[in-house]
Design a protein around this ligand. Sequence first.
Ligand code: TRP
Length: 457
Amino acid sequence: MTTTRGEFSGNLGFILAAAGSAIGLGNIWRFPYAVGEGGGGAFVLIYLAFVLGIGLPVMLTELAVGRTTGRNPVGALRQLAPNTPWRLVGSLGVVTGFAILAFYSVVAGWMLGYLGKALTGGLSSAVDAESSQLVFESLVENPWMGLLLAGIFIALTVFVVRRGISGGIERITTILMPVLLLLLVVLAVRSLFLPNAGAGLAYLFKPDFAAVNFTVVMQALGQALFSLSLGMGAMITYGSYVQRTQNLWKAGISVAMFDTFIAILAGLVIFPALFYANADPSGGPGLVFVVLPTIFNSMPAGSIVAILFFVLMTIAALTSTIALLEVVVAYFVDEKGWTRGMASMVIGAACFVLAVPSALSTGAVSWLGTGGLFQWDFLSLNNNIWGNYSLSIGAILICIFAGWQWGIPKLVESLSEGRDGGFPLPAPTMLGFLVKVICPIAVLIALFFIILTGNYF
Ligand code: TRP
């Protein structure tokens, strides 16, 4: 492996960085409202099944493709299938990473904005649904603020990525991920001691299958792909920096488990708080920004809880934007010979330009959005196109590629490389069946469903 590209110094560093990519707004913002809209515990069970049966195989496949080739998504597919159009799957991934970064950093910027408000007492006027909505609107409808915050967020991301893998990404994620875990545990304990916390727990864990329909099932699948950062080569890219001596199979399982654990932990923070405040658990995307601040205001030590919560959200978002930028940077470094420093700055700047319409679409410029938040604005449009369609298409194609073109034996061989004794090997027949048949078909059904019904998040 070339040292000029960089690599993760150890297994833990890789696991924390990859988990940092996976753990993001998807876990703490999107997962709870998906649970709320999907009827609670039943959604959680279906989600877990998808993580195991679909998410994990796709995750392992991406990691193996990355480590085998030591390349970005485009270079990786070109190397494994020279002179075929398969490299276009990598190109789609790179474009998707860029596009997701452009809207993700707008929402991440709001988290930063809320952190600022929490620190300066700006959330104290959010005492009920209406006043809280006003606080939110004053942020997202302010064009300069939205742009400034997204810009700061992208700049922070560039600052880390330009320092490379072990000196930048690994170093910062090994500090931030333990902090994130600690904050979540503290917040979960606080939540569990609220009156009526039991009702929140029952909602999260007691499956009510009456609430489940086809939409809910498909959303659980989409959420699993998004949350594990699959379908766009992010795990190919991170996998390309893993040393051959490391146990990729074990690391992949750890990342998927870590991500799922954090989503459940976020549920333990949010649902007891919702039930304590008699709030509607199916509150939708506004849950974190509109519902939670009023709850924080009503609970003892709530202002501290609010600060911790938005620090947590900022960290979760930052370790994800780092991975998104890294996918694009790796492409320009490997394929175009750019230096890492130049690639991160130029792409960061370009991304900011694309973030502008998203930042202005939530109320500042009327023709970019309906004004109704998360209805049909440029930001949500991008979320749908890139965060739903493109990831699904990418996941299907990566599975077909690995299962039918590259071949399961090579996949299993790559996963077993560096395996330390004691940890059982992947069962090739089972993994092959999942990657070749189940994953592409399940995701294809989900994709058709999304397109036919227009039912996304
Ligand atoms: N998994 C991230 C989250 O849960 C979102 C995401 C999707 C992502 N694809 C990605 C992050 C690729 C980094 C790289 O918020």
